[in-house]
Every structure is written in C-alpha cells, then in structure tokens.
Design a protein. Structure first.
Length: 171
C-alpha cells in the first residue's frame, strides 16, 4: 500500500511543486538579510553604542582587564559624555564638580579639546593612562577634522565598506 502525498505541504504550498529560484531577487533578499543581521549584531555586540565610544572603549581595554577598564570608561563618560550618554549608557550621570570635565553634545569635541593630563587622571584605573589619554585626544582631533564629529564618524563606520573602515582605523 502506498501513501498519497498531502495536497498541501507544511509551508502551505502545493504538494509536489518545486520551489523556483529567481537569481534576480537573490541579491536583494540576501542583502536585506545580511543588513538585518548586521543591525542585530551591532546592537548585541556594541549595545547600540556610537562608533566613537566603542573606539574609546577599545583603547581603554588594551592591555587591561574589563574589571579595570569599565570604571575608567564610566568615569570618562561621566566627565566628558553628553547628558544623554551619561544617563543612557549606565553611567551615574553625576559629576562631583562641574569644572572636572567639559561634557558636550559631541564626545569627539569634548575629548579633542580635553586637557590630556586631566583625561589621564580620569582613566587612571585602566592602566597605561598617559599613553591612552594621549592617543584618545589625538584620535578625537583626527576624527573631528575628518568626519566633523561623533555623528559623521558613526555614519562612516556603519555605512561604509568594512574594508574602508578597517583601512581608516589602521592608520
């Protein structure tokens, strides 16, 4: 006794029908899927943080543990980050003295104009703070000159070809 195929398959199509592949739609569909996965990856990996903040965090984490670099990041954001960054990124939002830093709407501007020694004191818990603070100030200046600030750099990182981003970051 042979069993008959059901009239509908589990996906709702006609039983026995063959799926067709349309090469003209493949790029569009796969690009949409890759773009969506990229958005999910970015949010999961970086918590939706701006590209420049991620870059600063990377510098702070070099040659140190997360246990040491996290407080340095939080203190830096408390001192130099915008009100939105300080309250939405897990920092306390409180500063002990308003003269301790120069929070602005753009973290790139605040760090490009930061006093390097004051920044070094801010990130001391991350270790190698003199070298890291010097690099952060210089990098913020480069990014401000080349991309106009935090938003321009973020757009470059998110929208540009990954090879171009990697090449720019390698300089």
């Amino acid at each position: 006794m042979t069993e008959k195929e059901p009239s509908k398959n589990i996906s709702g199509g006609d039983a026995g029908s063959t799926a067709t592949f349309d090469p003209s739609a493949a790029g569009t569909r796969s690009e949409a899927i890759i773009d969506r996965l990229g958005e999910l990856y970015w949010t999961k990996t970086y918590g939706g943080r701006d590209a420049f903040e991620c870059l600063v965090r990377t510098i702070l984490s070099q040659n140190t543990s997360d246990t040491a670099s996290q407080p340095a990041h939080d203190t830096l954001m408390d001192r130099y980050g915008s009100e939105t960054q300080r309250t939405s990124k897990g920092s306390s939002g409180e500063r002990s003295d308003p003269r301790d830093g120069d929070p602005r709407d753009d973290l790139v501007d605040a760090l490009a104009d930061a006093d390097q020694q004051r920044l070094a004191e801010t990130i001391k818990s991350a270790g190698l703070y003199n070298q890291k603070s010097e690099r952060i100030v210089a990098l913020a200046g480069e990014i401000r000159a080349e991309f106009g600030g935090e938003a321009g750099f973020d757009e470059f990182v998110r929208e540009s070809n990954p090879d171009a981003v990697r090449d720019r970051l390698w300089r």
